[in-house]
Design a protein around this ligand. Structure first.
Ligand SMILES: [Zn+2]
Length: 258
């Protein structure tokens, strides 16, 4: 288009020799412009999957009717746990999403690679798990940039506002929270709730939060042990889980291919 645009008056004013020189030069210039411009535009566009109209951050783009299980943070002191959990979910034909704290995950790159190979998504949960809203814009941007390279951002503590949504979009992310919070980190006297309590929380959650829903648990709690029971309960209740269709990449699609 750029190369095709002509300015006839200007050309007709040129002396014949310059006109010929210009006409030889024009295709080269046009090729140069075309070579530069199109690369700049799509790369930027690809890096900014702006949240589509009607995007519901609670559902993370899950429109499948199925339930997406998500596991956050890290299993402190048991660095292989994510891979073990990922393998057992894969065996059940289930795709989950892991939002890893990258100050840990980056030390064990094989973990994210194994999760991808198992058919799970690995999302950004920032570098060091801060309250993003309490940071300066520069610090918040650095925390997101330092997170696992992905296209979904789960803000730590679900703490985000308009600024964080904008920063996320600028950096190529959609915000992803949850519809069912197991509160698996909050037991009496600093303990974690047991598997029976976690099962009951998911079993009793409203249907609207489970259909096309997103369940939140953590890698460090009893949530991984509770998962087989949670999955059985969900299936007994007639829900289906996000299907595992093989290896994933850093790009978590919209809508989710569950
Ligand atoms: Zn977290």
């Amino acid at each position: 288009m750029i190369g095709a645009r002509r300015r006839p008056q200007e050309e007709s004013r040129m002396p014949g020799s310059r006109r010929r020189a210009r006409s030889r030069l024009a295709p080269a210039l046009a090729a140069l412009v075309l070579a530069l411009v199109p690369t700049a535009v799509p790369v930027q566009a690809a890096a900014k999957p702006k949240a589509p109209a009607g995007y519901d951050h609670h559902r993370c783009g899950n429109t499948s009717g199925r339930v997406l299980l998500t596991l956050d943070d890290w299993s402190y002191g048991d660095d292989d746990r994510a891979v073990t959990v990922g393998r057992s979910l894969q065996r059940k034909g289930i795709r989950a999403a892991f939002f890893l704290v990258n100050s840990y995950a980056s030390r064990y790159p094989k973990v994210a690679a194994a999760l991808h190979a198992q058919g799970h998504w690995v999302g950004n949960h920032t570098w060091s798990h801060p309250h993003l809203r309490q940071l300066s814009e520069r610090e918040a941007r650095a925390e997101i940039r330092g997170g696992v390279d992905s296209t979904l951002l789960r803000p730590p503590y679900g703490d985000f506002g308009d600024r964080e949504t904008r920063l996320a979009e600028e950096l190529g992310y959609r915000i992803c929270t949850w519809t069912v919070d197991t509160r698996d980190w909050e037991g009496p006297d600093g303990t974690f709730p047991g598997t029976a309590a976690l099962r009951a929380t998911v079993r009793d959650a409203p249907a609207a939060d489970k259909r096309s829903g997103v369940v939140l648990g953590h890698l460090f709690s009893h949530f991984p042990e509770a998962l087989p029971g949670i999955i059985d309960d969900l299936r007994d209740q007639g829900y289906r889980l996000c299907r595992n269709t093989g290896p994933t990449t850093r790009v978590i699609p919209y809508p989710l291919n569950c």
